[in-house]
Design a protein around this ligand. Structure first.
Ligand code: GLC
Ligand code: CA
Length: 544
C-alpha cells in the first residue's frame, strides 16, 4: 500500500461562523481563526477543513455560494484569507476548502442571468423543465423537505434544486459549467490551497428521465436509485482529476450521499483517478448499534485492501454532537468523549475532528423554536406542524437531531458568550459553557483536550495504526469494541467499553492481552478483568 501524507493526516473541521469572532458582530470570522492558530497547532492536527468561506447570502450558512472568487463579507477580506493561509502554512498546517459545486446560490450571477429568459446564454447552466399540467415536472422532494422544483417569475419553466429553492442545481451536462468550475478550482489551488472537501459531490449527475420516484419522502434512503451516483458522475470526476486535481499535490475528499464501502470504492480506488477518499458517512447518519458500527468499520478497513481509502468523521456541522448521539453526555461525558476519540484516532481511515468535540461539547436544547437558525430545522418544523403536531411536539422532536446542535459557538472560556464574541452571538451559546470550555481543558492535565493531543501524537509515532492490518476481535459484541492492529512486527489492541455500565473483559481477550501493555487510557487506574463505563485502552506490544 502506498504511503502518502493525506493518509497520515489528522484533519480538523472549522465551521467559521461559530469558531471565533474578532470584531464583536457576533459572527465568527477569519481574523478570529487567526487568533486561534496556536491552539490548532498545539492540538497536533495537520490540516484544517473550512466550511464555506465564499460570498454567500447565507441561506444555508455558506453552502449557497454567490461568488466563488470572493470571501463572505461577514468573514473578512481576501487579505484576511491570505493571512490565514500563511499562518497555517508557517505552522505546518494545510488548508482544505469546501467546494460546493452541485448548486450555487440563486444570487449567483449565473442564475441571475439564467432565470432572466429562456434564451439567455447562461440558461443552460441550470436545469429547467416544463411543468406537467400546471404543476411540477415530477414528484421529487428536496433534502430540505420542500419540493425539488421551483419557478421564477420571469418564465413558466421550473428549475431543479435538491436543497433549498435558493440553491439551484448546476447542469453538469453543460461542458461550459464544468470548465468554469475547473477554472475556479485551479484559481484557488494556485493560491496555495491544499485540498478540497466536495459537498454532496455524487449528486452532480442527474437522472435525465426525471421520472417520478416511488417514495419521494425517502430522499436519503433512495440514495442508490434516487439522486445519488447517477450515470455520468464518475466521468465528471475523472475529467476533473485529469484537468485539475492531478496537477497538484493535494487531497480530495468526497461527501457522497448514500455511500457504502462498495460504491465508495468507485470514487477512491487510486487506479480510477477520481477522488482520494469518500467520507465513511454511513456511520454518522445512522449512529447505529455497536455491532453495526463495527461491521461498517470492518468493511471500510477492507476497502483499503482494494486500493481505496476513506475519511472517518464522528461529528460534523450536519449532525448532532458526537458525545450526545453516540454516547453519554451526562455523568460519563468526559470519559465517553475520550472513548470516542480513541475509536476515531486508532482507525485506519483519515480522521476528521469537528470543532468543539475535542473538549466534549454537547447538544443543546433550545426552549424556543426562535433560537434555532438552520433552514433545515425550519422546513422540518413547518412540515411537522402541517402534519398535525403541536409546536411543542415539533420542537421536542427536532431538538435532539437539529444541525444547530453542532453549530453553537465554540466554547473558549467561562466569560460571557463563552469568549466566542464580545457582542451577541448569531446563535445562542450552549449554557454549559461555564463548565465545558477550552480554558478549563487547558489547565486540567486529564482533560478531554489533553487526551486528544496525546492520541494525535501517538498516532503520528505509531504508523501501524494507519497502515496496519485491522482485525476485529469481538465482531458481535454489543458492549465492547476490541480491535487488533498489526504492522511490521508491532501490534496494538484497542479495547473500549461502549456502554454506561461496567463490563467484564472476556477471558479470551484477557489471554490475548498478556504480552501487551497499556500505552494510553482514558481513566486513571484500570483493572485486568473489567472496564468501567466508557473506559478505553490502547495496548501495545513491541517487536515480535
Ligand atoms: C452538505 C453540507 C450541508 C449542506 C448541504 C447542501 O450536506 O454538508 O451543510 O446543507 O450539503 O449544500
Ligand atoms: Ca465577526
Amino acid at each position: 500500500m502506498k504511503q502518502t501524507w493525506w493518509k497520515e493526516a489528522v484533519i480538523y473541521q472549522i465551521y467559521p461562523r461559530s469558531f471565533k469572532d474578532s470584531n464583536g458582530d457576533g459572527i465568527g470570522d477569519l481574523p478570529g481563526i487567526v487568533e486561534k492558530l496556536d491552539y490548532l497547532q498545539a492540538l497536533g492536527i495537520d490540516m484544517v477543513w473550512f466550511s464555506p468561506i465564499y460570498a454567500s447570502p447565507n441561506v444555508d450558512n455558506g453552502y449557497d455560494i454567490s461568488n466563488y472568487y470572493k470571501i463572505m463579507d461577514e468573514l473578512g477580506t481576501m487579505q484576511d484569507w491570505e493571512t490565514l493561509l500563511e499562518g497555517l502554512h508557517s505552522r505546518g498546517i494545510k488548508m482544505m476548502l469546501d467546494l460546493v459545486i452541485n448548486h450555487t446560490s440563486d444570487q449567483h450571477e449565473w442564475f441571475q442571468e439564467a432565470k432572466s429568459s429562456k434564451t439567455n446564454p447562461k440558461r443552460d447552466f441550470y436545469i429547467w423543465r416544463q411543468g406537467k399540467e400546471d404543476s411540477r415536472p415530477n414528484n421529487w422532494k428536496s433534502f430540505f423537505t420542500v419540493p425539488a422544483w421551483s419557478q421564477t417569475p420571469e418564465t413558466d419553466d421550473w428549475y431543479l434544486h435538491l436543497f433549498d429553492p435558493r440553491q439551484p442545481d448546476l447542469n453538469w451536462k453543460n461542458s461550459e459549467v464544468r470548465e468554469e468550475i475547473y477554472r475556479m478550482m485551479r484559481w484557488w489551488l494556485d493560491k496555495g490551497v491544499d485540498g478540497f472537501r466536495m459537498d454532496v459531490i455524487n449528486l452532480i449527475a442527474k437522472d435525465d428521465n426525471f421520472a417520478d420516484f416511488p417514495n419521494p419522502d425517502a430522499v436519503f434512503e433512495m440514495s442508490e436509485g434516487g439522486y445519488a451516483n447517477r450515470p455520468g458522475v464518475h466521468d465528471y470526476l475523472h475529467e476533473m482529476y485529469e484537468k485539475v486535481l492531478k496537477h497538484y499535490n493535494i487531497v480530495s475528499v468526497g461527501e457522497c450521499v448514500g455511500v457504502n464501502p462498495e460504491n465508495g470504492l468507485l470514487f477512491s480506488q487510486s487506479s480510477r483517478q477520481e477522488l482520494h477518499m469518500p467520507f465513511a458517512m454511513n456511520i454518522l447518519w445512522e449512529a447505529p448499534p455497536l455491532s453495526k458500527i463495527k461491521k461498517y468499520l470492518r468493511e471500510w478497513a477492507a476497502h483499503i485492501n482494494q486500493d481505496g481509502w476513506y475519511g472517518l468523521p464522528l461529528g460534523a456541522h450536519d449532525y448532532a454532537r458526537q458525545v450526545s448521539r453516540f454516547g453519554n453526555d451526562q455523568e460519563h461525558r468526559e470519559v465517553c468523549a475520550k472513548a470516542l476519540a480513541t475509536l476515531l484516532l486508532t482507525n485506519p481511515g483519515t480522521p476528521f475532528l469537528y470543532q468543539g468535540d475535542e473538549i466534549g461539547m454537547t447538544n443543546v436544547a433550545f426552549s424556543s423554536e426562535k433560537d434555532y437558525r438552520d433552514i433545515q430545522f425550519f422546513n422540518e418544523y413547518e412540515d411537522l406542524l402541517k402534519n398535525g403536531k403541536s409546536p411543542q411536539e415539533a420542537l421536542l422532536q427536532l431538538q435532539p437531531t437539529s444541525r444547530d446542535n453542532s453549530r453553537t459557538p465554540m466554547q473558549w472560556t467561562a466569560e460571557p458568550s463563552a469568549g466566542f464574541t464580545t457582542g451577541t452571538p448569531w446563535i445562542k451559546v450552549n449554557p454549559n459553557y461555564l463548565e465545558i470550555n477550552v480554558e478549563n481543558n487547558e489547565t486540567n492535565p486529564h482533560s478531554i483536550l489533553q487526551y486528544y493531543r496525546q492520541l494525535i501524537a501517538y498516532r503520528k509515532t505509531n504508523k501501524g495504526l494507519i497502515y496496519g492490518k485491522y482485525q476485529d476481535l469481538l465482531p458481535e459484541d454489543e458492549s465492547l469494541y476490541c480491535v487488533e492492529r498489526t504492522w511490521e512486527g508491532q501490534a496494538w489492541i484497542i479495547l473500549l467499553n461502549y456502554t454506561s455500565q461496567i463490563q467484564p473483559i472476556p477471558t479470551v481477550i484477557q489471554q490475548n492481552l498478556l504480552p501487551f501493555q497499556v500505552a494510553l487510557s482514558n481513566v486513571a487506574q484500570s483493572e485486568n478483568s473489567k472496564l468501567i463505563p466508557w473506559e478505553a485502552r490502547v495496548y501495545q506490544r513491541e517487536g515480535a
